[in-house]
Design a protein around this ligand. Sequence first.
Ligand code: AMP
Ligand code: MG
Length: 333
Amino acid sequence: MNPTAMLCLGIESTAHTVGAGVVDGRCNVLSNEMETYVPPEGGIHPREAANHHAERVVPVIRAAVEKAGARFSELELVAFSQGPGLGPCLRTGATAARSLAVSLGIPIIGVNHCIAHLEIGRGTTAARDPVLLYVSGGNTQVIAYMASRYRIFGETLDIGVGNLLDKFGRGMGLAFPAGPKIEKSAATNTDPYLPLPYSVKGMDISFSGILTAAEVKRREGAPASALCYSMQETVFAMLVEVTERAMAHAEKDEVLLGGGVAANSRLRQMLGRMAADRGAKMFVPASRLCVDNGAMIAWLGLLMHRSGVRMPLSKTKICQRFRTDEVEVAWRN
Ligand code: AMP
Ligand code: MG
């Protein structure tokens, strides 16, 4: 069998998005279907998101296979997000992956969601050995390869940056996802910067104090656009600072963005400026490959399978707190 022709279907279900994508052994993304659960109000409830995923996972898988121009019988591998993520959501994706693998009689592989964000960037951009700034709803990590593992150089000590933006937005009456609306409002601002706590602790960052401080300022009558602008400037500066230190420490001259917040043009601008100042390059995958998606899961599954990783069904249990550095990276040298 020609390994570059091998087709893998990947299933993503760590949080609010259920996705399925088909990728071949050259990292050609043949399809990448997804549906996102939007709570009627408030934050995401894991059980309700899981019910949404359970209802939508089969149609999403069917659409992914059809759009790839493939038949189910041509799939040779099924990959799924094993963690980290919300338990009920992860279980829905894992169950779908197991049923598919058993009914088609093909191997199954559970992958680390955060590493998938990094590998799809390496697979679809010119980045070869980047530091990943992974900024999504639930996760915020700075990750780089060193000595056979993807190491976490810095991370949030509390909530993910997307979650911060969504919570802050909710207080201002902005529906989920608030990130894009905050970006728009910030772009219209003409008021001066409002100081907010800048919480970088060593290589780690924390967001909850900023949320509280911004909410106090909002109740005191600060204009929404000035708050959105100040929030973005503060948290993006924190993220860029930690990323730059990781690049210096790990001696990397590439930086890759991943996660839903990577769509933000001000973050791209600030990160790109930092990279240019140090003679480094910034890479951003296509938007549908930055958000939570099945194609990136499929690609990491293929890389792992090719490097010899095999997973009996008994090893496909989900892992809500799956750490990026738990995985032995056998597919890189
Ligand atoms: P993910 O968890 O990776 O699927 O990404 C979803 C998160 O990305 C949500 O918290 C959104 O608010 C956030 N997001 C999406 N677009 C933007 C944007 N343009 N600026 C900031 N945050 C964004
Ligand atoms: Mg993600």
